[in-house]
Design a protein around this ligand. Structure first.
Ligand code: RTP
Length: 155
């Protein structure tokens, strides 16, 4: 029902430009799909510097902020909204530690990346940021309200 889907936790996952350029889009999407989360939004998108700065506004005083926003705007990204109970924390586990050299094998960064500055994927760090980031990266009509027929293991 509409009421229920508004309650369910959503996380914003983004394949960064290095992930797109390295041909890892399918591999990364598969990890979330196989885990069992529900895909609510998906697009390839070239973002503006303004949007990148807004997305990472909590890091604006960090020395790496200009490099980070250059990186995120250096090519298209894949924007995704994934839904499910506990999706935010679980997605962070699937993604692994920020520094890919410290990320566990079996995680996306642990398996696919070596540099913090090229760590292939982003995931929201709280349910509130999940909401904020999905609203920032998607227009209303771009998200789909649908239920998988295979929901027994999601609910
Ligand atoms: P994300 O937001 O991308 O999922 O990453 P995160 O929470 O694991 O890491 P956070 O500390 O929020 O940093 C955001 C992104 O900034 C880049 N970064 N570069 N020392 C550095 O050069 C440095 N530190 C962070 C990374 O791309 C990181 O994912």
């Amino acid at each position: 029902s509409l009421h229920k889907s508004q309650e369910v936790e959503q996380t914003y996952i983004m394949i960064k430009p290095d992930g797109v350029q390295r041909g890892l889009v399918g591999e990364i999407i598969s990890r979330f799909e196989k885990k069992g989360f529900l895909l609510k939004g998906l697009k390839l998108f070239q973002c503006s510097k303004d949007l990148a700065q807004e997305h990472y506004k909590d890091l604006k005083d960090k020395p790496f902020f200009p490099k980070l926003t250059d990186y995120i705007t250096s090519g298209p990204v894949v924007c995704m909204a994934w839904e499910g109970d506990g999706a935010v924390a679980s997605a962070r586990k699937l993604i692994g530690a920020t520094n890919p050299l410290q990320a566990e094998p079996g995680t996306i960064r642990g398996d696919l990346a070596v540099q913090t500055g090229r760590n292939v994927v982003h995931g929201s760090d709280s349910p509130d940021n999940g909401k904020r980031e999905i609203a920032l990266w998607f227009k209303e009509g771009e998200l789909c309200q649908w239920e998988s027929v295979q929901t027994p293991w999601l609910t």
